[in-house]
Design a protein around this ligand. Sequence first.
Ligand code: ADP
Length: 473
Amino acid sequence: MEQSSDHIFPVENALEMIIMFNRAGEISYANAAALQKLEYDNDLCGRTIGDVFPGAFGAGNEGFEQRASDSQELKNLVAYRKNMTCFPVEARIIYTPSSGMYICMANDILQKEFLSREVERVREEAQQALKVKSEFVANITHELRTPVNGILGNVREMLTEKADERTEKSLRLIERCCDDMNKIINNILDFSKLEAGKFVLEPRRFHFRNMLDYVKGHHINKITEKGLGFFMTVSPQIPEYVIGDELRIVQVLNNLLSNALKFTSLGKISVEIVKTAQVNDKIELFFIVSDTGIGIDKADRDKLFQSFSQVDASISRKYGGTGLGLNICKQLVELMGGSIEVESEKDRGSNFSFSIWVGACESEEGVLTQETFQKPAFTASFAADREQEDVLNIKRFGTPENLDNLNRNLSKLILCVEMENWEKAEMFMETVRQLTEEAPQEVKRRVLKLKMAIQKENYEKVTAGYEELKNCL
Ligand code: ADP
């Protein structure tokens, strides 16, 4: 029998063998994969399913309908080619009552196993290549760093001696080039380690404000040389000492501040840090680095955190850079249990904000663990079975969780207002509104007042409304 032209299936080119047959077992359709694997030229139609699977449906096997309709689950069968050689398959047979037909879908197990072995082999090869690449990068960056540091050491030595103005200017320039080169080398090394999953954070106890002073000291000269203002605000709720990877927090801040400085020629740069949550001895810190620089187009914002991404070629020509910094920041912040975001508008400055989790310790005493960076279960998207209960507690006005969440959202809200990011402030306002749905009337009234002030973008009214609401919580 000729293959029926009525059956125009989208399954014709499927990799799976698909065979259609009736109650008597007579085959009326077989797709290209079935014909090819069973080695028939269009002459499979007209044969019976027992010719293909004699073990399961062959002559002498009684109760065909019963066996076919029992076969809905995946079964291991032996399929026979036209020349009576055979191969194992995994098959599923479905009965379609509307047409009274059976559809058999079968996969060649040997081929499937071969393919999964191939996938595994390719994966191992890729991992090996990544390992070789990261070892190569580690070696090459080491080889590059040695001469750069040699030059830098000598230049610094020469700078301590008396030199004429021209020589000193040249030496300062060489010193700056060496610093830039070192930054690029470090970025390449970090990127490669992060990519290979070999990056390990090193938590230790450190003085939080001293760390910030160090970061500020690193940039302040260049900022004032450019005639820009600089403001840093740290919430008093942040303890004196915290446990975290100080070096990496400094790295993220340095990168964001260097970018702010690089892309701002007029106005100010500011840094704000608040504590946004606490769960037992872990606290969430929220940082905002904002500038009044060239800003970033909406279309370009999404690709900012991808590796090697710069907004356009003219930017890299004018300002330099490798486009690795923000990608490294993103990966580091995520390793510290947080996330990073950008809000910006072309020619209207940028706000880069990120959150991280650190261990809290009030004194120099404190317990160091690698778990410091793991988001506590409370915020880790309210894991599975506790999800319902936690969400209820957060919504239930007056519970510690609810108040904690409310305060957290209010802090973020007021920060956004300070930054004049009204859109985001409205977003936090909506969360505050939802969290106070069951609150007493007086709280709700104040929430409404604050909401209206935010909608009107009235700074004075918002700050007054914010204070009022905080006082009655
Ligand atoms: P690079 O090392 O090249 O600066 P980054 O990943 O740090 O790489 O930044 C990538 C790109 O993001 C920059 O080239 C720039 O186009 C844009 N960018 C980053 N920060 C700012 C900012 N504060 N203002 C404007 N554009 C920025």
